[in-house]
Ligand binder design. Structure first.
Ligand code: GRG
Length: 295
């Protein structure tokens, strides 16, 4: 069985090449916007979301190019969200993936435009015939990504998060917030392979159930890193939630309680993959990885 660390590194290298291709500045009207898009997208990040696309695609025998292009589109959306989240009007962060954030390296207006351009490029990539020869599959990929990234997904979760600065949320509300803000893109990564491979409804549902637990476990680990991690390892500022007085899984459950809950969710995520054979082993390992990660 391939080792997860090696598999993540191999997938990241392939995704890097695909992102480099789709971010090629050929015929760019203005090089600066491409510089900012490439600065924020290339050469960093765990590439966990595209990894999930590649793994779920592997369960259904999907060819490499469709999986890589779908994974790259998802990573473009993730990168856009990080650029906008780091802006002064949102989280106001200076450090991301171990280097200055886009508005620090370039300027605020360029960061807004680079985020907008990454968001729209994602849909251009998915809609192109190279992504899948069946137009219905491409349409499904586009619609599901729009839902995951938009008001019923990540953007909706971010809005609740902004409001949480002035009101106290309970565990149920935090769970709902995080299912949208972080969980929706992770869920897209897990179901993308099923869409590409025209899988049965049952296969797609099993992956969505896995993703629901994985996404929450991932977010609890993120909250733990904000308390216990350091900027050197995480590549971003830590201690921000407590400084902002925000409720998180850790503030509500305590460090030990949060760690236990992340472990429980990871175990349940693994059990959701029961219908799949050993081709799902790396997804099983991924559930452990997201709770044990240091960045
Ligand atoms: C601005 C529309 C809009 C949304 C922002 C995702 C998000 C919503 C903000 C990011 C803030 C944040 C730190 C969220 C916690 C979970 C998360 C998305 C962490 C970063 O993802 P990783 O750990 O990062 O996969 P890398 O750099 O490895 O890709």
């Amino acid at each position: 069985m391939p080792n997860l660390t090696q598999a993540l590194a191999d997938a990241a290298a392939k995704i890097e090449r695909t992102l480099d291709q789709v971010l090629s500045p050929d015929n760019a009207p203005e090089p600066r916007i491409y510089e900012a898009m490439r600065y924020t997208t290339l050469g960093g990040g765990k590439r966990l979301r595209p990894f999930l696309v590649l793994q779920s695609a592997g369960l259904f025998g999907v060819a490499e190019t469709p999986a890589l292009r779908t994974g790259a589109a998802l990573e473009l959306i993730h990168c856009y969200s990080l650029v906008h989240d780091d802006l002064p009007a949102m989280d106001d962060d200076d450090l991301r993936r171990g280097k200055p954030t886009v508005h620090k390296e370039f300027d605020e207006a360029t960061a807004i435009l680079a985020g907008d351009a990454l968001l729209t490029l994602a849909f251009e990539v998915l809609g192109a015939p190279e992504t899948h020869d069946d137009a219905a599959v491409r349409a499904n990929l586009v619609v599901e990504l729009a839902k995951a990234a938009g008001v019923r997904g990540m953007v909706g979760g971010q809005m609740i998060d902004l409001q949480a600065e002035t009101q106290t949320l309970d565990l149920e509300e935090i769970t709902q917030l995080q299912r949208l803000k972080t969980g929706a893109l992770i869920a897209y990564g897990c179901q993308a392979g099923a869409i590409l491979g025209k899988a049965s409804a049952a296969g797609r549902q099993a992956l969505l159930d896995y993703a629901r637990d994985l996404g929450l476990a991932f977010q609890i680990a993120d909250d733990l890193l904000d308390v216990e991690g350091n900027a050197e390892e995480t590549g971003k500022a830590v201690g921000k939630d407590a400084a902002a007085g925000k409720e998180t899984f850790v503030s509500l459950m305590g460090v030990e309680g949060a760690r236990r809950e992340a472990g429980r969710l990871a175990d349940r995520a693994v059990s959701r993959l029961e219908p799949f054979d050993e081709r799902a082993d790396l997804m099983r390992e991924t559930a452990r990885f997201v709770v044990d990660r240091k960045n």
